[in-house]
Design a protein around this ligand. Sequence first.
Ligand SMILES: [Zn+2]
Ligand SMILES: [Zn+2]
Ligand SMILES: [Zn+2]
Length: 372
Amino acid sequence: MSQNNAQDSPSTFKRHLTKHSTLGDDTRYVNSKRQRQNSQENVEEVYNNDERIEEWIEPNMRHGITFNVNQAGNDRNQTRISKQAINYATDCHFPPIKIVCTPKIQNQNGAGFVQALTKHIEKKFKNENPTCKKLLAFDAWWVNSEGDMMVLTKCIEIFIHLCILANYPHEINNIKIEPLLPKYLPPPFSILIKFVHNHISIDEIRQEVKEKYISQYSCNELIGTKTNRTRHVRVDFTDRNDYNTILNNGQISFFSQLYTVNEFLEASKLVICSKCNSPGHMKKQCQLNYDRCRRCGCDWETGNHFECAIQCHYCSGEHLSTDYKCPALADYRCELVKELKRHPECLPEHVQLFIPAQCRDRNDRSHVITNY
Ligand SMILES: [Zn+2]
Ligand SMILES: [Zn+2]
Ligand SMILES: [Zn+2]
């Protein structure tokens, strides 16, 4: 794990990193024009599992495409999975939580604000998470340009605690607060109900689940799973007991029809360089000597790249070169999955990675990698 502190971090955010945070290395936060404009979008891009599931349902694989960018330690110009790519794929990435403040706060008041917030949640958190050894603190926090507080944690227990509105005070240091919570919880808190008939509305499903499992956090159709007759539904729970109970029951009924309940599995994440748009390394390690436009593939410094024609510089398809639907990225992900299969010990304990159908061996049809 690399170590960073606020001084050598490349970010323009005023951030406060802990000693062991890898955040400074994170492509989502690098000092890049394009990334800055879309920082929130990118966080969601990384976090949105639905998109990943969707792209594997419509396979569009081509073979033999490699990334011909010289990468550190890659002298033969072929796909090689770096340690960094492995770490990134298996690391937990929770989105930062935005706490809207009225009135807006100044950066110099941030420390006092965070301290008061931590103090408020401490007692309840410790009661509810007696086994959590982590110090109750954030991996990073910063005041954004709108004067709202952003907090980020890599600890799943703290993250879940922050996803429950009732755990927040109404005010901190006389500032009214309104936390904006993420749409989904991390996959270890999500289940999947497959092939639910379209005539049952999502509201009816939500109500039905909520009656039996009160900690339901969200209930949504899984993008890309809808057919004329059915679709898959993802349900997230803040309470581990509800999650375990519904999985152990293995079934749930809507209007007297039984449906099977499955774990919601996560696809591996790709680290994509914000300078050259290749997977497997970050900007700091990039060996390309110009910023490559992810729309047209040309030098970002020359010409107007807000309206240039979109043509992927890997496959010539009509998508951004960083789009997960690019067959070159799909190939890369398969290589990554194979490498992870060889090294399941890289996975944190509670993480289970989904193996897309295209990446499974003929002899080994298992669809999940776990570290146990
Ligand atoms: Zn690069
Ligand atoms: Zn361009
Ligand atoms: Zn492409």
